[in-house]
Write a protein that binds this ligand. Structure first.
Ligand code: MD6
Ligand code: FE
Length: 203
């Protein structure tokens, strides 16, 4: 485990192969009910390169008209998000150090050329809870900076089974995904990377 400057935790190889395979099976079930959709940037409507879905009582969504928000239903099917698997709630209980359970799990899927720009996760009302992230599939380059977009950033590789926790001082740190390294994992049959982020939204 490494604790970075601002209290961001990186737990390399936290999940073993069997646990990773089990999570992928659960995600396949969720995506069958709540298909991956293409999120849009607020205002411009520019499509993001990452495809998304969610599970849990709430899901994080974004589109041109209404922007970033949490809502209880899938933006395309309008159906409630699938339930949060107990396995994810258990991980949260073990690692988050927060008394209330997670309300949202955002599921991001990256194809070989997808990336995610530098951002803060700040759409949650309860910023005392951390955001817990799980990486599955191909490795990526994770970039993290400070609380101001202009502060210097550093980067490190995230591999399948790694967990990152943004909590405490690092809760609002800017971060993003510079690139995926295609072909670095055999976990996903068709390649790519999945990132799960567990969030507490309401106080
Ligand atoms: C990703 N992760 O790993 C993007 N957010 O694909 C995030 O945006 C993130 O890793 C909040 C906390 C941890 C994260
Ligand atoms: Fe984030």
């Amino acid at each position: 485990m490494s604790t970075l400057a601002n209290g961001i935790r990186h737990l390399p190889d936290y999940l073993d192969r069997a646990a990773q395979e089990h999570l992928v099976e659960l995600i396949r079930g969720i995506v069958a009910e709540a298909p991956l959709y293409v999120p849009e940037m607020p205002g411009t409507g520019k499509p993001m390169s990452v495809r998304m879905t969610n599970c849990g009582p709430l899901g994080w969504v974004t589109d041109k008209e209404k922007g970033y928000r949490y809502q209880s239903f899938h933006p395309v099917t309008k159906k409630p998000w699938p339930a949060m698997p107990q396995e994810l709630t258990d991980l949260w209980e073990r690692l988050a150090g927060h008394p209330k359970p997670p309300e949202a799990c955002l599921i991001n899927f990256y194809s070989d050329d997808a990336k995610m720009g530098l951002h803060q996760d700040r759409d949650e009302t309860d910023l005392s809870a951390p955001v817990l992230s799980i990486s599955l599939g191909d490795s990526c380059l994770f970039r993290v900076g400070g609380l101001n977009r202009k502060e210097p950033t550093g980067s490190f590789r995230l591999s399948s089974g790694d967990i990152v926790i943004l909590g405490g001082e690092g809760r609002l740190a800017f971060h993003g995904i510079d690139r995926i390294y295609p072909g670095t994992s055999t976990l996903l049959r068709n390649g790519g990377r999945i990132n799960l982020t567990l969030r507490r939204v309401n106080s």
